[in-house]
Design a protein around this ligand. Structure first.
Ligand SMILES: Cc1cc2nc3c(=O)[nH]c(=O)nc-3n(C[C@H](O)[C@H](O)[C@H](O)COP(=O)(O)O)c2cc1C
Length: 369
């Protein structure tokens, strides 16, 4: 896999996180995106400095250097429309963090020791020992981790420059700079969306990623350390059982349900690559933490999973409905007295995103005594 293939896989990872991504590529050949004989080519060759070509799907501005020196990267960046992140390919110089792609089969040494600005190497094999310590090593095949690294790196630079320009000053005068973590967290939280199972497809998270999701759940605030939540995975081999529960629950509510409605109910059990039931444990326990507080802990555990899945570029969403309270559901999941089925948590690859939801304004839900 070369640079372009990596970029081709990286860009969807970044856009899936809700970012607007642009790219500047430096080709060291005499490139021409126009073709001799085309009207635009002829007009350009007649002596125009710039030709702007507009078609139905895109426009392109061609600027003739005619022997003038190559423009700087800053100049080119200024030509781009506003966006969240610019990927730069083929520029050897310039003050920006660089990611080297190194493949053992090419048989060349890495650039990293001699090339300023290289902060990480994505490779398909263990790196030679000549590589300086402290460089981040990334798996060339793992575009998701590379995207996470790129974002964290961009957030760090953004935070440094933002903190230098406008440190946030709270009323008490204590100085609080923006940190990479705060920028990353804000971006992660604000770009999360509920992705319904019909928009989720394979692949789902790997076993290691599923483990990470549950480790995130375990970090939920938990008054009294009761762990008032548990999760029950529904593997492929048990989806048919769940489908029957959905169908039975529908028949309980509507004995006249049509075959088509029953098929739709069953189908819900088969959509998301990763499916789990969220169970709230609300029975009597010591210490006697109120139900309300336990449900807050359940919600936090759920949100930790949703955000972690989102950070891995998976889509995730919650589904519930009247079947949650059905005795068939309780029986399939062997719920104990005091346990309640809260909702299903679905995770997979987002096939289609919906438009971002307008979030409520804090002025509408924050008051002061
Ligand atoms: C406990 C719970 C159950 C939910 N069940 C459903 C559901 O059955 N169907 C659905 O479309 N959304 C369900 N949602 C998701 C909300 O509809 C969604 O979070 C809300 O529309 C806000 O959208 P957002 O998460 O993209 O901001 C559920 C959310 C929670 C907290």
């Amino acid at each position: 896999m070369g640079k372009t293939t990596l970029l081709e896989r990286l860009v969807p990872e970044l856009t899936a996180r809700g970012l607007v991504v642009s790219l500047i590529k430096h080709s060291h050949k005499n490139i021409d995106i126009d073709r001799p004989g085309k009207d635009s080519y002829r007009l350009r060759e007649s002596g125009c400095k710039e030709v702007l070509l507009l078609g139905n799907d895109r426009w392109a501005l061609m600027h003739e250097l005619r022997g003038a020196p190559e423009p700087s990267l800053d100049y080119l960046l200024d030509r781009l429309q506003p966006c969240d992140l610019v990927l730069i390919e083929g520029f050897k110089h310039g003050d920006f963090p660089k990611l080297e792609v190194w493949r053992a089969s090419v048989g060349k040494p890495t650039l990293a020791p001699d090339w300023p600005g290289i902060v990480a190497i994505a490779s398909d094999a263990p790196l030679p020992t000549s590589v300086p310590a402290g460089l981040t090593q990334l798996d060339l095949a793992d575009a998701s981790s590379i995207a996470a690294f790129v974002l964290a790196n961009a957030a760090t630079r953004l935070a440094r420059s933002a903190a230098a320009v406008s440190p946030y000053e709270p009323p008490d005068g204590a100085k609080l700079g923006l940190t990479p973590e705060s920028i990353f967290t804000e971006a992660l939280i604000s770009s999360r969306q509920n992705i319904l199972p019909r928009r989720l497809s394979e692949p789902g998270p790997s076993a290691a990623q599923v483990e990470q999701l549950f480790r995130a759940a375990a970090c939920a605030p938990d008054h009294g350390e009761l762990r008032p939540w548990r999760f029950v995975l529904v593997p492929a081999s048990k989806r048919a059982n769940l489908a029957e529960v959905f169908a039975q629950a529908l028949l309980e509510r509507d004995a006249q349900a049509t075959a088509e409605q029953l098929a739709q109910a069953r189908e819900k059990a088969h959509r998301a690559p990763l499916l789990m039931l969220v169970v709230a444990c609300l029975g009597p326990r010591e210490p006697a933490i109120p139900t309300l507080e336990r449900m807050v802990s359940v919600g936090c555990a759920i949100q930790n999973i949703l955000l972690t899945a989102h950070s891995m570029a998976f889509g995730a969403g919650l589904t519930s409905g009247q079947a949650m309270a059905s005795p068939h559901m309780r029986s399939l999941f062997q719920l104990l007295a005091g346990e309640e089925a809260v909702c299903f948590l679905n995770v997979g690859t987002t096939s289609k995103r919906k438009a971002p939801r307008l979030r409520p304004d804090p002025v509408d839900f924050v008051t002061s005594l």
